[in-house]
Design a protein around this ligand. Structure first.
Ligand code: ATP
Ligand code: MG
Length: 742
């Protein structure tokens, strides 16, 4: 049999080998959609004789991307594999714009404004013109409009309400600002790429297949992009699951599934029904949750694993007790598993990032290593942003925002008022802030903004720092730039460590450690980029009729900055070999799986979130979280929140039909009754300590005798944190809960 198809079931094979050009694979979590998509990419290369650069793949996680690349490397070799055009929609769009963007007037050195930059720009506009709109709302609204393809001009033309007028002005000032600073924001990458491909279809004349993972979360502009990318051959494969659509706040459109069937009537739909990820119990519980959505069509989902252990649903007295319980369970199950489980087999998935604080503290106290995904991006930490802003100034001094970010950090006695004045002056004179800085430092022209002597000296110092870096450290075209030299130059010239010590007395050491990590990442990224990995622009082949930009224009520094800007929350990848517990938001955990999963804070107000309007989507979010688990699943809810308010157990898990899947009693802890061999079967892993089943049973007996000390009270049946009403079978309002919404 074809090696490509080994280990796939019949429906998966059909999807991989389908001769039909438009294939939709719709299937529940864990049914092998991503696995199937990967195999189809390889199939296109091996059987349909496509070259890797004829194929565009949009994946959601770095793990899927890596898996895909590994497989394809096996078939076609490393050099060819690196030519596959693979990444998020944003990174694919960026590649096309870097390569051909000049055709629609995009400057070749455009930078990317990330979410933080966009917020800062809008905030400045709003303050300056004393608008009343809330900057955060304005940013999301602009983003939603762009996702629909509504430009600032067309919005202004249509807006009738007074409030809309003000917003229209914010939108157009924001666009002007981006243009003046030669920046594109995340949405622009997609919008402008659509424009490019509409006006210059020859840019995609070599593209013969487009494949998309997690299709249920595409928005309208991504849909347009998909069609345009595939316009030559109309060969598209998408995989997705409507039950896992969780990004409507980023304008994801589930309707895109049906729209695709209308616009591509040749499409075939393939359903996969076997779940290869989770134990029967976990699947049952997850299905019971999602089936409460009455509008949802019924679907088959068959567990291929044994029933395994009943998931746990626990109420604990406080947030801290909950955190303590999670940490105890990690320690206990790890010990009980006799070498089967390591720390990287555990994930704690939270609805919002701020919920992880007490858990982090407990993990730290217990000395358990962990990594955070999906909260604040590493690159968004204050100390890291300062260094990145220096790099951005050096890369493109016309980036006003980057200059504003660092002209007075560390302090050079250039006050906020001065900066504001200079910014306004720059706008009036239609020059960049950097131009004014140069004029001041070189005493060429006196600015209209009044400057104190110290401020003038400060500006001069800043000018010298950036100017010297540009002169000495930026390579001539074509030569690689030494990122490390640049970063250490910034660190020494600004006495960065001393600055951190002075500004952050409490935690400057942690912050300095982050800086050191950035240096490490820069080294790695620079090496990878030098080897043409990740964002190798050369993956886009030459096409007729379109002038190519020489590669040398995109030097290592701007590539590094682009990579940083496009690194999504999930992209941070510490390598598999480190054994760390993962803490992640549920959103960022999409597509991934772990042997053991905890979902804490399952109460109304947290999940569903108090600000969420669409509770069906919140339910799907819990479903996504639960279906990440392979063998053990724990849901928990503190009786009291940190602010002492009583909680009410989430309505998604309070009905009897759902509760029957959970073990709720503290003493009857799920894993204690488990058999380690079952676990090993579900994980398809040999357990080092278990030579055969008999030995396993014996070991388990011994382990069960030797109960884990931290849960002694539980085992004795006296759990102080255990709400009384749990004994009554828990009727829905939560133990001791008074029904107050948090
Ligand atoms: P999600 O909706 O969560 O993204 P998915 O449908 O993409 O899930 P995959 O991640 O592709 O599912 O697969 C889930 C797990 O099942 C993986 O560990 C994968 O290797 C395994 N798997 C998939 N298909 C098979 C199969 N035919 N035989 C054995 N294992 C399989
Ligand atoms: Mg998947």
């Amino acid at each position: 049999m074809d090696v490509l198809l080994q280990g796939l079931n019949d429906a998966q094979k059909d999807a991989v080998t389908s001769p039909v050009s438009v294939v939709q694979v719709l299937a529940p979590p864990g049914s092998g959609k991503t696995k199937t998509l990967t195999a189809r990419v390889a199939y296109h290369i091996n059987h349909d004789r496509l070259q890797p650069w004829n194929i565009i793949v949009c994946t959601f996680t770095i793990k899927a991307a890596r898996e895909m690349k590994d497989r394809i490397r096996g078939f076609v070799g490393e050099k060819m594999e690196s030519k596959l055009i693979l990444g998020t929609f944003h990174s694919v769009a960026r590649r096309f714009l870097s390569r051909y963007g000049h055709e629609i007037g995009i400057d070749k050195n455009f930078g990317i404004a990330d979410t933080e930059d966009s917020k800062a720009i809008i905030k400045r506009i709003v303050t300056r013109y004393q608008y009343t709109v809330e900057p955060g709302h304005a940013r999301s609204r602009i983003s939603r409009l762009k996702a629909k393809g509504t430009s600032a001009e067309s919005f202004a033309a249509k807006s009738k309400k007074v409030d809309d007028n003000e917003f229209a002005q914010v939108y157009s000032s924001y666009q002007e600002h981006l243009k003046a600073s030669n920046l594109l924001d995340y949405d622009d990458l997609l919008v402008r790429c659509v424009e490019l491909l509409q006006r210059h279809p020859s840019c995609v004349s070599t593209i013969q297949a487009v494949l998309i993972d997690e299709y249920q979360d595409t928005n309208n502009i991504q849909y347009e992009l998909m069609k345009l990318l595939a316009q030559r051959t109309r060969r598209i494969t998408i995989v997705g699951d409507p039950d896992q659509s969780i990004y409507s706040f980023r304008s994801a459109e589930i309707q895109n599934l049906y729209r695709m069937r209308e616009e591509f009537p040749e499409a075939v739909v393939i359903n996969l029904e076997n779940n290869y990820r989770s134990s029967g119990y976990i699947l049952g519980a997850a299905l019971a949750v999602i089936e409460q959505d009455e509008s949802r069509p019924e679907k088959a989902l068959i567990a291929t694993h044994c029933v395994g252990e009943q998931p746990a649903l626990r109420h604990l007295a406080t947030v801290n007790v909950e955190a303590q319980w999670i940490v105890d369970e990690i320690k206990r199950s790890k010990t009980l598993s006799a070498g089967l489980l390591n720390y990287n087999d555990y994930a704690i998935l939270v609805r919002s990032a701020n919920l992880s604080l007490s858990i982090e503290r407990e993990l730290g106290r217990a000395g358990i290593p962990y990594r955070m995904v999906g909260g604040k991006r590493f690159f968004d930490r204050a100390e890291i942003r300062v260094i990145l802003n220096y790099l951005r100034c050096i890369s493109n001094p016309d980036n006003n925002d980057a200059i504003v970010g660092v002209i007075n950090t560390p302090s050079r006695k250039v006050g906020d008022k001065t900066v504001k004045g200079l910014l306004e002056e720059a706008e009036v004179k239609k020059v960049s802030l950097w131009r004014l800085v140069c004029d001041i430092a070189q005493k060429r022209k006196t600015p209209t903004t009044k400057l104190s002597t110290p401020a003038e000296q400060g500006i001069t110092l800043f000018f010298r720092l950036i100017n010297n870096a540009r002169k000495k450290l930026l390579p001539v075209a074509g030569e690689p730039c030494n990122l490390l030299d640049l970063i250490s130059y910034i660190l020494t010239q600004t006495s960065f460590e001393a600055y951190l010590k002075q500004s952050y007395k409490e935690n400057w050491k942690d912050r300095w450690a982050n800086v050191e990590e950035l240096v490490g990442q820069a080294t790695q990224m620079a090496t990878a980029l030098a080897e043409g990995e990740e964002i190798g622009d050369d993956a886009l082949p030459a096409v007729d009729g379109i002038e190519q930009r020489p590669d040398t224009t995109v030097d290592t520094l701007s590539k590094f900055l682009v990579n940083v800007a496009l690194a999504t929350e999930v992209e941070r990848d510490d390598g598999e070999e480190l054994s760390q517990v993962t803490i992640s938001t549920i959103h960022a955990a999409k597509g991934l799986e772990w042997p053991v999963v905890f979902v804490p804070a399952v109460y109304d107000g947290s999940l569903p979130h108090s600000r969420a309007e669409n509770h069906d989507e919140e339910r799907r979010l819990l479903y996504v979280g639960m279906t990440r688990a392979q063998a053990l699943l724990y849901l928990s809810c503190p009786v009291k929140q940190s602010g002492q308010e009583q909680t009410t157990l989430s309505k998604f898990v309070s009905s009897k039909s759902v509760q029957k899947y959970f073990s709720q009693r503290g003493p009857d802890f799920a894993f204690k009754r488990s058999t380690v061999p079952d676990l090993a079967t579900i994980l398809r892993r040999p357990c080092p300590a278990l030579e055969d089943i008999e030995a396993a049973r014996k070991l388990l007996e011994r382990l069960e005798d030797d109960k884990y000390p931290a849960t002694r009270e539980e085992i004795d049946g006296v759990d102080p944190s255990w709400g009384a009403s749990w004994d009554d079978g828990f009727s829905g309002s939560g133990p001791g809960g008074n029904g107050t919404q948090p």
